[in-house]
Design a protein. Structure first.
Lengths: 433, 433
């Protein structure tokens, strides 16, 4: 007997969880498509060189690398000198959906339209320390617009993601915005050297979690002197709107400028966003993104502007669960009807009846083997099936079926045709008939 | 500039490919659910110990292992003695969907119903040599029934998968069946030792690809003597129906007994199946599976019977593409309508119009920036959008919009309300209004 738990930080999803996930993913896809975004998927595994040096220091550390195989690995293991981590891997698991997108754009420039709007809903992997709501495999729901520097694109992205959150019944989200250019200015005006910009932003990004004092300490630890660190932290509390964001504020008046918003990833170059829930125990960021006009150019000949937003599916699902936000009519059972089996000889009759019911649009399961009727009802109860079709010897002889309503306990012997009509009226909507 | 191709054996899916994949996946899900199967998902990453020694020799070799990280890795790299492959990894990527299912069943026995029917549509990874139609990341669409030894379960699985193939318009598939028990008898009656059963079956499994002579050579290479190898190969041509399969043949008369069918994976214990296309250039297996009554017991305290079938999505898609089998009405464009932008000042008006059109159920994209009208039309053509809403200065002044039909070239200036009505009539079906 072995350990049957999923690996650390990983999850199995049982049917009810999948139905909830699919409901949320369905809403996200529908809205993204209504805004003219097209679906794209990329492989889970990328060449290591595609991913490294794109996310900043932390990203490189948390990446899952894949062990070389066969001769390539043997060659390394035979080496006399010291073997390094990077000698052992040339592939890695996708760390986000943005860097793979940049690679795809550079690789398919001539096949894709000049302005390319895509959405992508796939898992990513990060070897982070597992915590409440933080997993090592999790879905991102990204939406990106490629090819334009116009602010119209930022507005469309924010509108699409806002519409998704509204449709899912989130009423307390705030759209926080900052700009990498104004952050860079703050860093330099505080007297922090250009080479430490990234250090300063990574620290600032933790303000929510560790507070001003924590950030101050971290800045010091990273070798930024006291005066500069204080000046930098002070500048976050300015009231003025950075000029880079004036137009966006005009077009979406409800956005909130947040000068402390930094975002961890190193590829952002312009506006950066976060959608934050503000009420209750479950406050926090559920979407984020920004403009990254330099990333695609790292892969191709051309600099191509781009901007994107990513919805955190796991976070959204966790909060919807805790706030009880799923619609009441979400399917939660395996079937509309269970067909019983009387004995081995009548199994084919039960299979035939199940087939007829399915042809009429019903979701039908069959008890897999002959058994006491009581056990078959008990199972129907366990899997929460609302109706049972009992097909015993007398029913088969008379070409009837006994239909039992598991909720009321009522049962009635009907012709097969009547039973199908009764069930169809109950379950099958007009347009799917 | 770096290599922008996907890693070897991996693929990027552009929008039209995803739409085709989603169409096929949609049909598969719908049928599985009609048969009472419930959705389940498992993590991409499993503990290495979960996966090893389940698939046979080849499987263990083709598994993608994940490099240890941090201190765990450093410890290995510092070792004085020889470092082995298995010292460097304790995680691996999912190799199929059956072994993870067995782990989940063992882990959730009390939460799952006594008979559990699940489907699972997720990618798996195998470091196989890439070839036409063979990739290193590919989707499997599995359907499994847990908890019963009854043949009813085999019948239901074969019916469900047959219905999927029929719905996708495959008319030339054959259901081939064999039984591991009768294979084992053939092996032992040929005089091959029990310890070489797995060798003999792995070789036999290649009969289609390498022919009888090839199998004969491979059996010899694996140390099976000439007499035994010949006797074994002869026994495959028997005409009789193995007694283990008599009942299944009675219940599904159209199945074909194929005594040479072996299937590579080592966990099968009973009936094994393959769905094979028989016509044209693209013949070959598109689904396979079997009964594996021993696998779940390897993880838990209990032996639990199980049987499953797996549809090969990549193969199905490849053949549907080559045979031109996709429905004509599959959506192939990003939007129903493109809204133009006249200048920076009127961008908000265009955004507002796009919003109104979306509220009326239309899929709407917006040209992202002010540009010459000709360029905006050219782009609409490129992304294959059937209608363009031109919103110029005069239209804005008069609260109208010029609607251009990109197919006929006709254009007409209408009130916004009229334009919405016109477009809704064209695109929005009654029930989604």
């Amino acid at each position: 007997m072995s350990n049957t738990n999923p690996a650390r930080g990983m999850r199995d999803f049982l049917p009810d969880q999948i139905r909830k996930r699919n409901y949320v993913i369905g809403v996200i896809k529908e809205v993204y498509e209504k805004y003219g975004f097209e679906p794209l998927e990329t492989p889970s595994i990328e060449n290591l060189s595609t991913l490294t040096n794109k996310y900043g220091e932390e990203g490189d550390q948390l990446m899952y690398k894949i062990l070389k195989r066969g001769e390539k690995l043997k060659k390394q293991l035979r080496r006399e000198d010291e073997v390094k981590e990077d000698d052992l891997a040339d592939l890695a698991l996708r760390y986000d959906l943005t860097v793979p997108l940049a690679r795809v754009i550079a690789n398919n420039r001539n096949e894709l339209p000049r302005f390319f709007k895509r959405y992508q809903i796939q898992p990513v992997w990060r070897a982070d320390r597992p915590a409440r709501g933080r997993y090592r495999e999790f879905y991102q729901c990204d939406v990106d617009a490629i090819g334009s520097k116009s602010i119209v694109v930022e507005v469309e992205l924010i509108s699409a993601v806002s519409e998704i959150l509204n449709r899912l019944q989130f009423s307390d989200f705030e759209i926080r915005v900052n700009h990498r250019e104004s952050l860079r200015k703050m860093v330099s005006e505080a007297g922090i050297g250009e080479e430490q910009t990234s250090d300063a932003l990574v620290s600032l990004d933790k303000l929510d979690k560790i507070g001003a004092e924590g950030v101050y300490k971290e800045l010091s630890a990273r070798g930024i002197d006291q005066t500069a660190a204080s000046a930098f932290l002070d500048s976050v509390n300015q009231e003025s709107i950075p000029k880079e964001l004036a137009e966006l504020t005009r077009m979406i008046p409800q956005i909130k400028i947040d000068l402390s918003l930094a975002r961890g990833l190193s590829y952002y170059t312009g506006a950066i966003f976060e959608m934050v829930l503000t009420k209750g125990d479950f406050a926090g960021s559920i979407a984020g993104g920004g403009r990254y006009d330099g990333l695609i150019g790292m892969f191709g000949k051309e600099e191509i502007p781009a901007v994107g937003l990513s919805l955190g599916l796991e976070r959204i699902l966790m909060i919807m669960e805790e706030r009880d936000m799923f619609p009441d009519d979400l399917t939660t059972n395996a079937a509309d009807v269970l067909v019983t089996i009387w004995n081995e000889e009548t199994a084919s009759d039960s299979l035939k009846l199940a087939g007829e019911l399915r042809q009429n649009g019903l979701r039908v399961t069959i008890y897999p083997q002959p058994d006491k009727l009581g056990k078959q009802f008990k199972y129907a109860d366990q899997i929460d099936v609302p109706f049972v079709c009992v097909l015993g010897e007398s029913e088969i002889a008379e070409n009837t079926v006994t239909l039992k309503n598991m909720k009321t306990g009522d049962q009635e012997t009907l012709s097969v045709k009547e039973a199908i009509e009764r069930l169809s009226d109950h379950f099958v909507t007009t347009d799917s008939k």
